[in-house]
Design a protein around this ligand. Structure first.
Ligand code: ZN
Length: 275
């Protein structure tokens, strides 16, 4: 938890405001976006101006809630959201870009609206397709949320604001949330996942066999090595660096690998172009 980070936003007359917009002290007339308790505007000379609960309310969600609201506000006002590039990392030894960074001009934006069995921080909607935006201030996406995202098959980007500077205002936040790509990660990309499944289903599942101290894969289509007329590969020396190695197994099955070396390069490229 970034203890340095203090509440820069409050609610006033039903609208989210930043500290510079209000009067000092209780006269600010603001409430906490999470618990609705009155806030005081601390605008002294010693610390960065910020809001604090007037009475020590036991409120844990003020930062998180105010950042969700503030992120939605700046995205909504800007009208677009910059997507980071989608990297093709399906293969182990070839990487290229599925999609360059681009601006998403969305039709609708929703805050904390339920989707299947979880509640994304923000949902952007374009042509009836949804993109989930997770704002990371104090809580990174955990495994259980990630599982739900994968199960729901909804493309998701995490915006990392955990290292954000103190004294934040809407303009600064707009730059971080809307325009920057440095702090955005694809947690899940629906199209990439579709292509990955296609690649795996077109691959051959091969066993990794222990022979003395070596790990072999038989019937290497290249072939990487031949022993007594039979093709094989050394898993660590050959397969791991091979451009046809397509990874392990989703189900966590042991001692197997996937290989697409039996396919022609143009067939592989055709599969990749489905992105
Ligand atoms: Zn509160």
């Amino acid at each position: 938890m970034p203890t340095e980070l203090k509440l820069p936003f409050g609610m006033k007359d039903g609208k989210l405001v930043q500290i510079s917009e209000v009067e000092r002290g209780l006269k600010c007339g603001c409430q906490c976006p999470a618990c609705n308790h009155p806030l005081v505007a601390r605008k002294g000379n010693k610390t960065v101006h910020h809001f604090a609960h007037y009475q020590n309310a036991n409120c844990e969600h003020a930062l998180e809630t105010s950042f969700h609201l503030a992120a939605k506000k700046v995205i909504e006002e800007t009208g677009y959201f910059v997507l980071p590039e989608v990297v093709n990392d399906i293969f182990y030894s070839r990487q290229n870009i599925f999609a360059p960074t681009s601006k998403l001009y969305f039709d609708n934006i929703y805050l904390e609206k339920r989707y299947d069995d979880f509640v994304p921080d923000i949902i952007l909607e374009k042509d009836n397709k949804q993109l989930c935006i997770e704002i990371y201030v104090t809580h990174k996406i955990d495994e259980s949320k990630k599982e739900k995202i994968v199960k729901s098959n909804i493309s998701t980007i995490e915006v990392d604001l955990s290292k954000i500077e103190r004294g934040l205002d809407f303009n600064h936040l707009r730059e971080k949330v809307v325009d920057s790509i440095a702090n955005k990660n694809w947690i899940y990309n629906k199209k990439r996942e579709k292509v990955r499944k296609q690649i795996l289903s077109n691959s051959i599942k091969r066993k990794i066999i222990s022979r003395k101290l070596m790990q072999h894969v038989d019937d290497c289509p290249l072939p990487a090595r031949i022993w007594q007329g039979k093709a094989y590969a050394n898993f660590f020396d050959d397969c791991l660096g091979c451009e046809f190695f397509t990874g392990g197994d989703d189900s966590g099955e042991k001692d197997i690998m996937y290989c697409i070396g039996h396919k022609k390069e143009e067939e592989i490229q055709k599969l990749l172009r489905q992105f």
